[in-house]
Design a protein around this ligand. Sequence first.
Ligand code: GLA
Length: 386
Amino acid sequence: MFQALKPVATQAFDAAFGYEPQRWVQAPGRVNLIGEHTDYNDGFVLPCAINFGTVIAASARTDTTVRVVAADYRGEVDVFRLDQDILPLAEGTWPNYVRGVVKYLQAHGLALQGADLALSGDVPQGAGLSSSASLEVAVAQAFKTLQGWDGLSPTDMALIAQRAENRFVGCNCGIMDQLVSARGEAGSALLIDCRSHDTRAVPLPPDVAVMIVHSRVRRGLVGSEYNIRRQQCEAAAQHYGVRALRDLSLARLEADAGDLDATVLRRARHIVTENQRTLDAAAVLAAGDLRQMGVLMAASHVSMRDDFEITHPAVDELVEILQTAIGESGGARMTGGGFGGCAVALLPMAHVAAVRRAVEKNYRSPTGEVGTVYVCQASAGAGQVA
Ligand code: GLA
């Protein structure tokens, strides 16, 4: 990603500000292999950072002004001041991700100097691959690098980015996307305990491909339905008297269901079973057992489809096509928040061409589009670009 994005960001910087940037930083998007909607239930997730992300060309300023140019938005520029209250612009615009992170870097107690920043990214938007987390973490990394804050840990950056997303952008997401963008490891997935924020790198077998297929179904409903799922999970935790669904066993889920609403019960069952599948997946992946990984991914998809009800008929069909083409050599499932977006597949490199052909031949979105296939590398988290 850096090779292609760095010159784009540099050129946008030069065109907007008329001088050369001092530093370049990057932060990746992510794909989640398993563990969906478990993060805000204090549970486990197993994502990897991908080689699609955001690069920022940056220079420090001596005053309190921040100027930001977006190379991918026709060179649009946003300007704001650090000594004035930082407010969001009209909903959904890119400057809010930058403004929000800057505001919460300040709220973290960091003394910020102004900066000139040029952004360029290649994470497909609206695909569930965390283009926004990639941008947020890259902004935090840019200020960390410019100001030499060695004490600001990757986990701090992730928490600040999540705060910006929750409180400034208004999306009530968990910690997964920002944490893996900040802490991803090349060649590995990251098992994250979303309560303690402990992480363990789970190396992917060397001959395994991480394939992502965009269903071309744009994620609708995602904000409202996401928040409904969160409320249902909280209601279930309250019913069982646990701090979060992470603390509920399958035995108790069934034994103490009582008069719990049937829908809420199914939501809770997804979380409880998905947490266990995620822990199991980390173990089988570390052992290189792709066949068993496939079994777990298939069960995760069924649980998302029937219990959590976050898939989409077109995505169900895409996952079936992938599973049929991959057979017992790996697995596939929907990935991300849901209601459209992408499927992720793990499969031997040697099968990539055949599986790609199966998708091209058999899958069409409801509006007749072919799925877009990305073959990714598990990548390192945020850092400087040489
Ligand atoms: C979105 C959120 C994450 C996580 C996933 C579902 O990507 O940003 O925090 O909840 O959905 O697993």
